[in-house]
Design a protein around this ligand. Sequence first.
Ligand SMILES: *Cc1c(COP(=O)(O)O)cnc(C)c1O
Length: 224
Amino acid sequence: MKSVIDNLNLIEEGIKSLCESKNIDFNSIELIGASKFRDIETLKCLAKDGRVTVFGENKVQEFNSKYDESLTWDIIGQLQSNKVKYVVGKVRYISSLDRESLAEEIERQCIKHGCKQKCLIEVNSGDEDCKGGLSVDEVEGFIESLKKYPSIEVCGIMAVAPRGVGEVELKKCFTKVKEIFDKISRERSEFEVLSMGMSEDYLIAIECGANQVRLGRVLFGDRP
Ligand SMILES: *Cc1c(COP(=O)(O)O)cnc(C)c1O
């Protein structure tokens, strides 16, 4: 656990110094723990420290087995419609909303449970075919189509960066997402989360306007 806190100290130092040089408000940036494969005791300890209190899980099965009401959770991985029933009402955000069939099922489960569900739209900023997520050009139309699902509150975007590209290309991708985020957030006050950046690229993402980063290996160490 000590090493996780050491890692977090270093991460915060790096972000603070970037924020100072780029005139970004450090306190506006949320660090969430990408907690796949990490045990619940580690997460509880980390939450006690108070700086990382939200955990993003990829798989519903793993989320279910770890779920603890005293922590705050997001679903950040691809979500199958038939698993929606296990997460609605239990997670803060479903961060991987990327298709209408998924929205339909979220709406159905919300009605059943008498709750609302906050969601982020997943954007594949590099337009790679192999991954989930909408392309930047599809985001506005998709949000428009979500009007049919009044239980869904659309709170922002989660973008996944293309792999193996250089910093210049990465910045281009993140900046494109930031532009569409700004456009939509001007029209919708509750549209306020821009989640971009993981262990390899969180500083670049923050520089490009991310206000949430999802940290796995850089925080917890290499995956077991
Ligand atoms: C695993 C994961 C992360 C964190 O990955 P690291 O590179 O280990 O920081 C972030 N976002 C999503 C969607 C993930 O699946």
